[in-house]
Design a protein around this ligand. Sequence first.
Ligand code: SF4
Length: 311
Amino acid sequence: MLQQTQASRVAERFESFVGRFPDARTMAAAGENVVVAAWEGLGYYRRARLLYAAAVRICDVHDGEVPSSTEALLALPGIGRYTAGSIASIAFDCRTPIVDGNVIRVVARLEAIDAAADDPALVKRCWETADALVGAAKSPGVLNESLMELGATVCTPRLPSCDRCPVQTCCAAFRSGRAASMPRPKSRPARRIVHLYPVVLRRDDRVLLRQRPLRGIWAGLWELPSVESADPLEVPAIASGLGFKVDDLRQVETFKRLLTHREVHFHVYEASTRIRRGHWCDRVVSAELAMAKPMRSLVDRRVWASDWPGG
Ligand code: SF4
């Protein structure tokens, strides 16, 4: 949960999520859709699918017990070097290094490496240094946690608190007076612009919803039927992009949401249709389907809170 999501947001959700899925067997038995729905609001839903896939593999290959070796952890879906190192060292006391953004900053400063934080040579050097440190530590888990904590609380990005730093005497950046300028910031790619055209279609007390493709933005989540485009679209292109016939297509609102890598322009439409197939959902079913945050608030606001018999 903590990958790409703020700790305060995770703190609100962690206990109830773990209470609902206390072990791999419970999660595997619940099914992917239930796990993804329970993840709603945390973003980056691919993590929920991978977590579910890891639970299934833990049941199939490890008899329901989380494996303790780094190699077996790395073979689980969604577990990379950082997560495997965290679990192996903190939960099982293995001598496995961890390198995250905090560790990169601390090592770059200790060794006065003047490079961008995502420079592959710097990252490689950090893994080597972290490996040497954890190899020499009394407690691998404590060493790894303390390195990350040092970066999070003392050796902070802009104003490191060198005067209260326990490793100040061996810090090359401090000695040279360049601590705050190392490492250099990562280069951030510009956000890609996406135009999204969700269409509200009602029938009796139901609304038509569908699942997004399993690749791309909000993969596999539910939505109002939508057309996505890199460029603005006219009404005929929206109508034909839906894949079924609609009438009386009219725009009702627009808004914009910023994601980490994308700027999404919502152009919301309403229309009517005669089609009967598809997922026509009432309010209860709609609430149980996992949706991205902006789509959930759009559906709640425009469909269920509207002046309409189903709302
Ligand atoms: S002395 Fe300053 S720059 Fe060096 S590790 Fe400590 S806080 Fe970071």
